[in-house]
Ligand binder design. Structure first.
Ligand SMILES: O=P(O)(O)OC[C@@H](O)[C@@H](O)c1c[nH]c2ccccc12
Length: 260
C-alpha cells in the first residue's frame, strides 16, 4: 500500500527510534538527518506522551526532557517539516492513541500524509480496537504497524493476515529497554507469521549491540533500536551527531552481512 514494504526489498532494514524534542528541537532534526545519512532505512520518531505505559526508564526520561523543552504534537510536525528540507527517509511515528485522538484522527493523518509519514505504531491500540482509526489511516496512505509478541497466541495469524507496511515483532515481554537475551520462541513466531503473509517483519525491544542486531536480523527482515539510540543522545557530550553516525554505521554494517 505505501512505500514501507518496499524498504525491505533486498536488504535487512535498520530502524532507529528517537524521541522528538529530546533534548531540543534542533537535536531531533539533526538526528533524523544523521541517522538517514548513516544507514537508517526508516526513522521511527516518538511523539512523547505523559503515560508511556510500554516504555522503560530510558525512554521515559527522554519524554520528560522533551516535555521540559515544550514538546507537543505540532512541535513534532514542525520537527519533521524541518527534517524534510534535508531528507526524504521514510519516517513513521511511535505514539499512544490519545495523542492522535486529541489531535483528531482525520487532522492527524492528513498532517502525516502531507509530511510523508507513512506508518504509525500505537502500542496501546490493540488490533481488535483499531476499526475507527484504520480506515482513516488508509485513506491518507498510512500503514498501522501492528505489534505481535511471542505471547500473542491465536491472534498472531489474525493480526499478520491484516498487516500492511511491516509487522513489529516485540522480542520480549515488559517495557522498552536494553536486554541481553532473546526468547528462542521468536524464530517460531516469525515462521508462523511468514506462513500467512509476505509483509516484512522487524524485531524491536532490547537490541543494542551490533552482534545482537546481526543475530536478530538473520531471523527477520529488519531490526528496531530505541533505548540504545536515545541513550547516545542523552549521554554524548557535544558529540551527539558524530556518536550517532558511528553507532548507526556499526549497526548497518552488522546487519548488512546477512544476505537474504
Ligand atoms: O528501546 P528498545 O528496547 O530498543 O525498543 C524499541 C523502541 O524503543 C521503540 O520502538 C519504542 C519506543 N517506545 C515504544 C513503545 C512500545 C513499543 C515500541 C516502542
Amino acid at each position: 500500500m505505501t512505500n514501507l514494504k518496499q524498504v525491505f526489498e533486498n536488504k535487512k532494514a535498520f530502524i532507529p527510534f528517537v524521541v522528538s524534542d529530546d533534548p531540543d528541537f534542533q537535536t531531533t532534526v539533526d538526528s533524523i538527518v544523521t541517522l538517514a545519512e548513516n544507514g537508517a532505512d526508516i526513522v521511527e520518531l516518538g511523539i512523547p506522551f505523559s503515560d508511556p505505559v510500554a516504555d522503560g526508564p530510558v525512554i521515559q526520561a527522554a519524554d520528560l526532557r522533551a516535555f521540559d523543552a515544550g514538546v507537543n504534537t505540532n512541535v513534532v510536525f514542525d520537527i519533521v517539516t524541518k527534517a524534510r528540507e534535508k531528507t526524504d527517509v521514510p519516517i513513521i511515528f511511535l505514539t499512544y492513541l490519545n495523542i492522535a485522538f486529541k489531535y483528531g484522527y482525520e487532522a492527524f493523518c492528513q498532517r502525516c500524509q502531507s509530511l510523508n509519514i507513512t506508518g504509525l505504531v500505537i502500542p496501546d491500540l490493540p488490533y481488535e480496537e483499531s476499526d475507527e482509526l484504520q480506515p482513516i489511516a488508509e485513506k491518507y496512505g498510512i500503514d498501522l504497524i501492528p505489534l505481535i509478541a511471542p505471547t500473542s497466541g491465536d491472534r498472531i495469524e489474525k493480526i499478520a493476515k491484516k498487516a500492511t507496511g511491516f509487522i513489529y515483532m516485540v522480542s520480549s515481554l515488559g517495557v522498552t529497554g536494553v536486554r541481553n537475551d532473546f526468547s528462542k520462541q521468536l524464530q517460531d513466531t516469525i515462521e508462523r507469521i511468514k506462513k500467512v503473509t509476505d509483509v516484512p517483519v522487524a524485531i524491536g525491544f532490547g537490541i543494542h549491540s551490533p552482534e545482537q542486531a546481526a543475530e536478530l536480523s538473520r531471523i527477520s527482515d529488519g531490526i528496531i533500536i530505541g533505548s540504545a539510540v536515545v541513550k547516545i543522545i542523552a549521554n554524548s557530550d557535544g558529540n551527539t551527531q558524530k556518536d550517532l553516525a558511528d553507532y548507526a554505521q556499526s549497526i548497518k554494517e552488522a546487519i548488512s552481512v546477512t544476505v537474504k
